[in-house]
Design a binder for this molecule. Sequence first.
Ligand code: WT7
Length: 642
Amino acid sequence: MPTATSPQHARIRTLEGYHEAYHLSIHHPNEFWAAVAEPFTWRRKWDTVMESDMAAGETTWFAGARLNITENCLDRHLPARGNKLALIYEPNDTKERHLRLTYRELHQRVCQFANVLLNNGVEKGDVVCLYMPMIPELSIAVLACARIGAVHSVIFAGFSATAIADRVNDAQATLVITSDGLNRGAKQIPVKRVVDEALETCPSVRKVVVVEHLGWPVQMEEERDVWYHEEAADVAKTCPAEEMKAEDPLFILYTSGSTGKPKGVVHTTAGYMVWADYTFRNVFQVEENDVFWCTADIGWVTGHTYLLYGALLAGSTTLMFEGIPTYPDAGRFWEVIDKHSVSIFYTAPTAIRALMAEPLDNVLSYSLDSLRVIGSVGEPINEEAWHWYNEHVGKGRCPLVDTWWQTETGGIMISALAGITPSVPARAGLPLPGVWPVLLRQDGTEIEGNNEEGYLAIKQAWPGIIRTTWGDHNRAVQTYFAPYPGYYFTGDGARRDENGLYRIIGRVDDVINVSGHRFGTAEIENAINQNPNVVESAVVAYPHEVKGQGIYAYIICREGACKGEADKPRVEASIIETVVAEIGKIARPDKIQLVTGLPKTRSGKIMRRILRKVAEGETSNLGDVSTLLDPAVVDEIIQGAK
Ligand code: WT7
């Protein structure tokens, strides 16, 4: 095996090249990543490439280096790609005009927004929260934060006021960026009003910048709220980029775990940049003229790493879409692909399943000739959806990449490299260079060999690894590094097949994956328990045809709160309302079953295994129930199952 890195390792083109790059990245990571990092714009190069103590949860990449990620996303491309399209925006409404920005124009707009933030008192290191629709100003604002060294924290615009307040307060944000309203299919939502409600309990926020989108009247709070278009009217279109240290935080993104409130996953500047760019170019095998469309919202990590950073770092054209796959009809995705000649399309299994359920004409009436590569992300893609996607969208000629990764990993970890490494239905595939996956037994020992199943963990630090959880490093250590010392613990179970390809089975912790979005069962239970009718609740996942997993809630009501059968719909509606207010519509339980008791052991622990089986409709084999305090509750639960 050669140990010298060459440019071919930064861009893999053959299967042999993959194996070479993989070997180098694992055995000589410093040499490998130094070569990959070389072509970026650095104000100062690093002193060390990687320094890592996995057991302590401490890792640095490119320590000593100085840079600004937006110089790498924008300025670096201006000489050769100044007139190339950087961003295409496709609005929700087909009658509205799309917008296209070249790299030069995007650069100017980012600088302009950065100046507005500076004029409104944002300083390097401040946290800025964004609660916005999928409009160009969201991308521009995120990059503007990075330009001036502010830490961005995007909050998905489907979260409730309470959820916003939790995140803003945890991050101690000083400024919030929002818009008057947002379009979502046939619906319009007054987002500024949601922000106003949230900020009633957020004393750290001094300013709110409002982007005009729908032209709706909004309540502007004097001293606090400013209109973006007024502030931007006479600011410069240039803005020097702040010089950042490699390990300065770039962003916080809140994500759910198995315990307590969502935690702020922190990614830093240099390692994340290198990982986003490297994984983007290699997984999708990007070429100069590609038009990349990632359908994820920027409120999730997929939107951060691929729609925004990965695509722009690589100098590609990225498309952002404000709408939903079924508006005005179920052909919208395919219409947009034809309209903008999209060549790389990246979406989630839940969207595929929703569209599969519609008449096939919706997809067959579009040519989709421009497509070259198609991708999937967010949850395991079932075989039926894989084949439909491959046959009707990829037309059997586009490699399909099933990409496994997490908010915490910063970028894709296990996936086929399009057209190069094997792509098999229901397999994410082989690890990317830099990723050393292992399967662990419950006792933490490694399972060797193929055709084996275990807990998926990662044995060596990669550039995009989570650095900390905002404001509470110990929480990151406890969650990811302490469970199996020396490894990063993913929370997923996986199988290694006879060819060494990984198949992701799903979460092994109390995390539910609804349409590719993560919720902790404890988080939903906490929300439900806020309802005055409720004494106790237990939430589990069950298989759902479109969402992948659905939310099933077992609830014990307060005495007298539910007066018989006829009263149940009212109580259930009130519980749903509480969850929507505490978290947002996306966490709404799909099924609610009111019960008089929950199956508990003598020590008071809820036996979720039984609740899961009932929710799945598998009541014939409940396993050992002899340790239950009151086995009779199980019969009642089976009788009342939905
Ligand atoms: C969890 C991470 C990172 C992208 C969006 C989700 C599940 C993600 C796959 C896949 C099987 C997948 C895992 C993981 N997951 N992609 N291709 N195959 N499972 O990010 O919200 O941080 O969720 O999503 O269970 O742990 P996230």
